[in-house]
Unconditional design. Structure first.
Lengths: 175, 175
């Protein structure tokens, strides 16, 4: 280990009762505003997947776009946006999922992946795993191979990892 | 000019009548999926602003997050997300604006910018200029100095540039 470890904790602000009572929201905007820390986080998110040679990153709307675009650049691959319903203009595949706070649907363009393309799913936080699971199902529906899920923060107590099956889940920070 | 010019037009798909009848939507997902072209686009978006030394990029939800995060990395600065209402967990400033198709509101955290910080606003498309204008107003409300607006595509016929005052507006592609 030659790299200096960044302490990422100071770049996360805990906000109680957001978006609803009893939820402790982990605000990553301080990390996004700090270019050295953000770059270190992105490199740490990319690291275990470099040797697996992903073809594309699948970034989950909306914070997953910020991490996903940076990670796609780091790995020099394309980024596919997984979006909320009605946002993508062409033919889509879609999967419903239950969030920690609500219920929603995720869509990708039907031609987003070629058969057998190797996909890395990226989001800011792994909570209950519902969104990540929906992203996996979407990519696999289109014939892609999901290499794993990379997030900046994993909320371990919510057990989201158990929803991802045997796929590699990687988090930079466990909270 | 030593750089080879990329022809970006093949990386945009025109989708008629989206999101509503009469709107010709410019779909940039093919660009996002092509890492060399996306990187070339991001470098072209950054170019006129390098010498102005921005402190931060303000990326507009949601496609502006994809371009903004890549641009922030290119310029080695932080990225501040300008979000739809209710998404940011802490105290916010907000500005209402009229979109080409609808009406909406843009928010940033109240502490997103220090007084006098130099901000570059980033989005995928400059259309009527309503969103870009709201982003300018938001940044200025917080005491930041807006250096300009950088977009991948400008829809020239919609006249959005006229809403930006004397600020530098830069588009890689005029459609």
């Amino acid at each position: 280990m030659t790299e200096t470890m960044t302490d990422f904790r100071p770049f996360i602000r805990d906000v109680p009762d957001f978006p609803s009572p009893g939820i402790l929201f982990r605000d990553v905007t301080p990390l996004l505003a700090a270019p050295d820390a953000f770059l270190a986080a992105v490199k740490a998110m990319a690291e275990p997947f470099r040797r697996l040679r992903p073809d594309k990153v699948l970034g989950i709307e909306a914070r997953g776009f910020l991490f996903g675009a940076a990670l796609a650049r780091e790995l020099h691959v394309g980024i596919v946006p997984a979006r909320k319903p009605g946002k993508l203009p062409r033919m889509t595949e879609s999967v419903a999922y239950g969030l920690e706070y609500g219920k929603d649907r995720l869509e990708v363009h039907s031609d987003a992946f070629g058969r057998g393309e190797r996909v890395l799913i990226v989001d800011d936080v792994l909570a209950t795993g519902g969104t990540a699971r929906a992203a996996i199902d979407l990519a696999e529906k289109l014939g892609a191979e999901v290499l794993g899920v990379s997030v900046f923060i994993e909320l371990g107590a919510l057990g989201g990892r158990s929803k991802l099956g045997a796929r590699q889940a990687h988090a930079v920070l466990m909270l």
